[in-house]
Design a protein around this ligand. Structure first.
Ligand code: SF4
Length: 278
């Protein structure tokens, strides 16, 4: 399935037990980024995410993770092109399938395996704190991104149920520890939802949480999903929100949404692509 601007391609893989996963290839200038799934479905139930709305089918194996990368690599190779970046931001929570994900990372980065640069890989988590601590202790060269989306427990709990188990204070503490011990910059992801988490109050709370941390905020206007009523933030509200961060000196970027017309954007993956790979 190819987006109308031809920059985004989504593939549905049919696994041997009939579980299914979607994987996305995004092109932008010279970047070729594969967005990899780490579980068939997801059990964490983030309200605005189509994968979460469908529940978990199963953890996938390291081989099934690696195969998603090889599939797109083969396609690009035929066009004398190659993958430049891998993001583990597709279906599933990577840290809920930690062992298989790290096994796949080892294969993908090994000179005897796929030989991909670890610094060009990013793993994204919604905040399973013990796994962030484990990841920190392993001091891997892979980048870490945390999907924050809200700066107060009261709001975050309504969006990400995992926050009840690992509240913001614990999560942010583990993030500071990650930066301190690895000396690596951490990314935070924030889907901007109109009149939900794009208020000046949330921006100010966010500044309090992360001011001084070596980090970068990535904002993306919410992508639509079938079972969530929220809408993307309006430009005026996005500008006002970002101004508060700018004033506090917190680096941030507004990401362009891609692949929305084929439901290939963040939080939209569910198992419906037309191009099935058996
Ligand atoms: S946002 Fe990530 S962790 Fe949350 S339900 Fe979707 S896939 Fe799972």
């Amino acid at each position: 399935m190819l987006s109308s601007d031809k920059w985004t391609r989504k593939i549905l893989f049919n696994l041997p037990d009939n579980s299914q996963i979607e994987t996305v290839l995004m092109g932008y200038n010279t970047r070729r980024t594969a967005c990899i799934s780490t579980q068939a479905g997801c059990g964490l139930g983030c309200t605005f995410c189509a994968t979460g709305q469908g529940g978990l089918q199963r953890n996938i194996t390291s081989g099934e993770i690696v195969e998603q990368v090889l599939f797109f690599d083969r396609i690009l190779h035929r066009k004398k092109d190659k993958l430049t970046n891998l993001v583990f931001m597709g279906m599933g929570e990577p840290f809920a399938n930690y062992k298989q994900v790290m096994k796949a990372v080892d294969t993908l980065t090994s000179p005897l395996g796929f030989g991909f640069g670890a610094r060009r890989i990013t793993i994204s988590t919604v905040g399973i704190v013990p796994m962030i601590e484990k990841f920190t202790a392993e001091k891997r060269q892979v980048n870490l991104a945390v999907s924050l989306h809200a700066a107060t427990d009261e709001l975050r709990e309504t969006m990400l149920p995992i926050n009840k188990k690992y509240p913001i204070e614990l999560l942010i503490k583990s993030c500071y520890e990650y930066v301190k011990r690895t000396k690596r910059r951490l990314s935070f992801e924030w889907a901007l939802i109109d009149d939900v988490n794009d208020t000046p109050e949330q921006a100010r709370e966010l500044v309090k949480l992360i001011k001084g941390m070596l980090c970068h905020l990535n904002f993306i206007p919410l992508n639509p999903t079938r079972d969530y009523d929220g809408h993307e933030s309006r430009q005026k509200r996005i500008r006002a929100f970002r101004q508060i961060l700018d004033k506090a000196g917190i680096p941030n970027t507004l990401r362009i949404r891609r692949g929305i017309d084929i439901n290939a954007g963040c939080g939209q993956l569910m198992q419906e692509a037309s191009h099935i790979i058996p």
